[in-house]
Design a protein around this ligand. Structure first.
Ligand code: HEM
Length: 135
């Protein structure tokens, strides 16, 4: 499995554990106020990361390009900023943290556009955009 797939799956399982933890916390406490954070941890953190990992597993030529690792880094940093802030905002009632959620969301959106570029580019285009030509 390509390294970027491995990283996406490792990140995904961490978010699934956190997402389930948030779900159990809501179910046990009976307070479902943070359900949008739970849903985003599971869907952006677990499901989407695992789909990215699966895509690179099926496209090893694209997985080897530097831009794939840039995609992983951007997406993961975006989630690490956005999701805890979203949870904190909803579960603990801190609306003032919303700008942090917004910054994380924009980084996540940029990562998704990077992935769109990778998907629509041929492996060779991605290579020439990210790897210096051999002398
Ligand atoms: C042990 C695992 C889980 C528990 C205990 C759990 C618990 C919950 C609870 C209590 C709610 C709030 C329901 C409401 O107030 O309407 C909820 C909502 C939600 N959960 Fe989970 N969940 C779990 C796993 C997952 C997973 C794995 C996903 C996605 C991959 C997921 C996606 C969602 C979504 C999208 C919502 C919002 C649904 C709505 O808008 O009504 N959950 N969950």
């Amino acid at each position: 499995m390509p390294r970027v797939s491995e990283l996406f799956f490792k990140t995904a399982i961490v978010f699934l554990i956190l997402g389930i933890g948030a779900g159990l916390q809501m179910a046990i406490s009976g307070d479902h106020g943070a359900f949008p954070a739970h849903a985003h941890i599971n869907l952006l953190g677990w499901v989407t990361s695992a789909i990215f990992g699966g895509y690179y597993g099926l496209n090893p030529a694209k997985a080897e390009r530097r831009i794939a690792m840039i995609h992983y880094g951007l997406y993961t940093v975006g989630l690490v900023i956005m999701l805890p802030a979203l949870y904190w905002m909803l579960a603990a009632g801190h609306p003032e943290i919303e700008p942090v959620v917004a910054i994380g969301s924009l980084i996540v959106a940029a990562a998704v556009l990077t992935f769109a570029f990778i998907v629509f580019s041929s492996a060779e285009t991605v290579r020439s955009a990210t790897v210096a030509p051999a002398q």
